[in-house]
Structures are given as C-alpha cells and as structure tokens.
Design a protein around this ligand. Structure first.
Ligand SMILES: Cc1ncc(COP(=O)(O)O)c(C=O)c1O
Length: 329
C-alpha cells in the first residue's frame, strides 16, 4: 500500500505495465505460461497474466478449476482431471468455451509453450465478465485460463517424519459444494490456517454424521489393523484423481500380501484414530503418512509401509504408466 494518499494517482497505460512488472519482481513467482480465452492466446510474462476485475470468478466465485501434473515432460492423468472439470462445470451451470477436445488441446499447447518439464497445470473456467451482478451477463463469453507453474511444494519432513493433522473447527462444505471443485475454497483455507496456527500441518473435515471427510486440498485414507485400505466415500468430498487412481492400483498390494482388501466406505472418527496407518493423498502431495491426529498417535508414530508402497505405485504410474500424454515442446 502507498504510504500516503499523495501516492494515489491516475496512471498511464505505460505506468500500469511498469507497476505490474514491479509487483512481479517483488514476488518470486515462476509462472511460465498463461493462456487466456479473453486474450485468445498465451503470455509468458507473469506481469501480463491477469484476469479482468469484473470476471464473475473474481468477485462472485462463479468459477471452477482443476490441477494436473507435468512429470518428466509428460502430462499425467489429464483426462481424469478433465472429467472432473466438466462435472464441476455442469454442476456450477458454467458454459464451456469450446469442446473438451479444444480445452485439452489448449492445455497441452500452453504446457509446450512453458517449456516446463516438471510442475503443475492449473486451469479455470469462469462465467465471464461484464457486470458486478450475481448471475452471468447475458451473452457473456465464458473465461478459460491455463497457468503453468512449479506446483505446490511440501516440507521434506512430510515424507521422513510424517504429517500431523487436527480436526478442524470449521464446518465441512455441504456435499454439492464439496464434490464440485469451485473457486470457493474459504473453508479449506481457514482449515489450513487454523492448523498452522495451532502447530499442526493440516486439518481434517468431519461431516455432520461423524464421518471423516477430507483435508484442505487432499484426501485421507486409512489402513485398518487387519490390513484393509479404507477410503471415505466420495459422496461428501472431492473425488481426488490420485485417490481414484490409487484405488485402481492398490489391488497389486493385495496380490503381494501387503493388504487384505481395498474398500470405499464411511469411516467414523473412532475407526480412523484406531487405524494402523492414516494417509494423505493428492496429486500434489502424492502419498504421505499421517502420524498424529489431534492428541492421538497413529500406528507407531512413523509413516508406515503401506504409505511407502502406495507412493511407490503412484510414482511408478507417473513415470511409466498408460496415463501419460506427450507434450510437443
Ligand atoms: C478439497 C480437495 N480434496 C481432495 C483433493 C485431491 O484431489 P487430487 O487427487 O485430484 O489432487 C483436492 C485437490 O484437488 C482438493 O482440493
């Protein structure tokens, strides 16, 4: 903020550009490419990666998003992320800017333009610009944006020592909003801030029936004492693409004798805290062992063997599975 009102002045176009660039030099951002349907093109200067203030995603939260990973120069599991994006668009009554194939192609081309071979692709759909009202402006074009960035980074201790979580005091989103990946992440943000303030790594939502939900931007799962991998049902939480993929890959651990079974079911708080292992799962964190929940130590207080085995399966799938898309760099 300027020190005094004397610094508040009308700006020329050139001054705006200069100030947008100055803002970015103050922040260590590494956004390497951004596509905007409003610009009908890709920009690589972070100062130009902007969305108009009257886009309804900005001032009303009428927008959705999703994030897929770039691994060794390939895009991982994009179609699962696009399926979820389209489901979220439909539930949010958002018009699409074109066909699914068009959006997929733009995502791949923006990735290529970025030159980034490891990182993340986040893309958004908005109901467009044109007013500060609630419902979309008649005839407004939907906004489609794609950002290529390094991805979220988690502390190394998540892997080595494990993660500590608390039951959040914030209410879980009602199911319709929890299963839809909208830009309304206020409960998720507050949950993570609360956890950090209280000395934990993250929070967990519990629903009104006492069932375990999910964490801020990750799912949770459990390994029971008789070695059953149990994932909470997806009717009140986001369908995590990493979780869904791991539920397909985990039967390999049943074959190896590491697990007895793999199930999706409601998980009560008491079953959860009694688990042998508790896992945090997501495209960004991959798989991390949770070692403490509130005052309960999970298992022996160290990340367990199933967390390690599931991480191995996911990493292998990201390296050489059949869900990789070539990028024409
Ligand atoms: C609320 C929420 N739950 C779970 C997840 C995990 O989803 P994914 O595995 O697709 O990253 C995310 C991340 O997008 C999320 O935001």
């Amino acid at each position: 903020m300027p020190a005094s009102n004397a610094a508040v002045q009308k700006l020329s176009d050139a001054e705006v550009l200069e100030r947008l660039r100055a803002l970015r030099t103050k922040q260590p951002v590494k956004y390497t490419a951004f596509y905007s349907s409003q610009l009908n093109g890709i920009v690589t200067d972070p100062a130009l990666m902007v969305i108009p203030f009257d886009d309804h995603m900005v001032h009303r939260g009428h927008g959705i998003f999703d994030t897929a990973g770039i691994v060794n120069g390939k895009i991982y599991d994009l179609d699962a992320h696009l399926d979820r994006f389209l489901r979220s668009a439909e539930r949010s009554k958002l018009k699409l800017p074109g066909s699914r194939a068009d959006m997929r192609d733009i995502i791949i081309k923006t990735t290529a333009a970025s030159g980034r071979r490891d990182g993340s692709i986040r893309y958004w759909l908005s109901s467009g610009t044109g007013s500060l009202d609630l419902i979309p402006v008649a005839g407004a074009d939907p906004g489609f944006f794609v950002m290529i960035f390094p991805g979220l980074v988690y502390p190394e201790k998540f892997k080595t020592e494990g993660v500590r979580v608390m039951t959040t005091t914030y209410p879980i989103k009602p199911p319709l909003y929890a299963i839809t990946k909208t830009t309304n992440y206020l409960p998720n943000v507050l949950m993570q801030m609360e956890a950090k303030e209280k000395g934990f790594d993250n929070g967990v939502f519990i629903d009104h029936d006492g069932h375990v939900g999910e964490s801020s931007n990750m799912n949770v799962a459990f390994v029971t004492h008789d070695n059953v991998l149990v994932h909470p049902k997806f009717d009140h939480i986001l369908s995590g693409c990493a979780s869904l993929r791991l539920l397909e890959l985990a039967p390999a651990l049943v074959k190896q004798g590491l697990l007895k079974d793999v199930k999706v079911d409601h998980v009560s708080m008491s079953d959860a805290t009694a688990a042998k292992e508790m896992l945090l799962i997501g495209s960004s964190v991959k798989v991390a062992g949770i070692v403490q929940w509130d005052s309960h130590t999970i298992g022996n207080g160290k990340p367990g063997p199933i967390a390690t085995a599931l991480l191995g399966l996911l990493e292998e799938d990201m390296r050489s599975g059949d869900r990789l898309i070539d990028v024409p760099y």
